[in-house]
Design a protein around this ligand. Structure first.
Ligand SMILES: Cc1cc2nc3c(=O)[nH]c(=O)nc-3n(C[C@H](O)[C@H](O)[C@H](O)COP(=O)(O)OP(=O)(O)OC[C@H]3O[C@@H](n4cnc5c(N)ncnc54)[C@H](O)[C@@H]3O)c2cc1C
Ligand code: FES
Length: 256
């Protein structure tokens, strides 16, 4: 149920280079059952209040939700400075998550890059609970940017690629996928658009991608998040990432 609520920060700590994990608690957390959905978070104390920032649900445990965010600009810098006990206004849960409920007793590949990794962790937990075997391939810029490796290892095999070769395989997530020729039935992916394009091109099995592009209202009113749709699937020609997504079938959208 979509709710606007002041959540309380339980923890806000740095877990990798420029990357923080924030745990929040509140009534709305009980509705955050779908991995791939996101929170639209109010930041700042002045005019910035109008512009919420979307952050994916990284995990839910009891009445706590975790988000993992990379500090890249005003909003995320502000978030990193907020202390425990501080209230943060969120609109949540938003969007359509990963279609995982019918995926049972399969071998599933999760492919994440940078801040696209967080929603895959909550998804991995749900898929594991349904008897699936999980293989994860995560890509980061360098060793000091890596997070959640141990958490994914607890759920299955986790391969790491770094752009500079400072940890794991030197190169991209798609290099790891090619080298290992995983025998999987389905894939789920989230990360920067160039990574998602490469993933779609390299996979011949059914897959789902989550897009983390720029966003405005978050609820379908402003068209700030529109992306091109595959005309063979929808003559309308576009999709709103906030409302129709952020998760799409790999064939549904055209990435530019
Ligand atoms: C559905 C969804 C889920 C997301 N989940 C996460 C998450 O779990 N963790 C996380 O760290 N980030 C996530 N993001 C991205 C996150 O929303 C942005 O990084 C954040 O809004 C940046 O806010 P800022 O005020 O710090 O940066 P700004 O000051 O707004 O921007 C700083 C710079 O980054 C660029 N930028 C801002 N947002 C994006 C973006 N979405 N994609 C590419 N470039 C951008 C700007 O153009 C600018 O150059 C998600 C985005 C979407 C749409
Ligand atoms: S962010 Fe406003 S329509 Fe999607």
């Amino acid at each position: 149920m979509l709710t606007k609520e002041d959540l309380i920060i339980v923890e806000n700590k740095q877990i990798a280079k420029d990357t923080y994990e924030m745990k929040l608690t509140g009534e709305v957390v009980q509705f955050m059952t779908e991995p791939g959905q996101f929170l639209h978070v109010q930041v700042g104390d002045g005019w910035e209040h109008a512009l919420r920032r979307p952050l994916s649900i990284a995990n839910v445990e009891r009445d706590n939700v975790s988000v993992v965010y990379k500090v890249i600009g005003f909003g995320t810098e502000w978030l990193a400075k907020q202390p425990e006990g501080q209230k943060i206004n969120v609109l949540a849960p938003l969007g359509n998550g990963f279609p995982y409920k019918d995926v049972k007793n399969q071998h599933v590949l999760l492919i994440g890059g940078g801040v696209g990794v967080p929603p895959l962790y909550y998804l991995a937990r749900k898929l594991k609970d349904q008897g699936n075997t999980i293989t994860t391939v995560l890509g980061f810029q360098s060793k000091d940017a890596i997070f959640y490796e141990e958490k994914f290892q607890e759920l299955g095999h986790c391969h790491i690629a770094t752009d500079d070769g400072s940890y794991g395989t030197k190169g991209f997530v798609t290099d790891v996928v090619k080298q290992n020729a995983f025998s999987v039935e389905k894939y789920f992916s989230c990360g920067p658009t160039p990574m998602l394009k490469a993933v779609i091109q390299s996979m011949s099995i059914p897959g789902y991608i989550s897009l983390e592009e720029r966003m405005g209202c978050g609820v379908g009113a402003c068209f700030a998040c529109v992306c091109e749709a595959n005309n063979d699937i929808d003559v309308k020609g576009y999709r709103k990432i906030c409302q129709d997504g952020p998760v799409f079938s790999a064939k549904e959208v055209v990435l530019s």
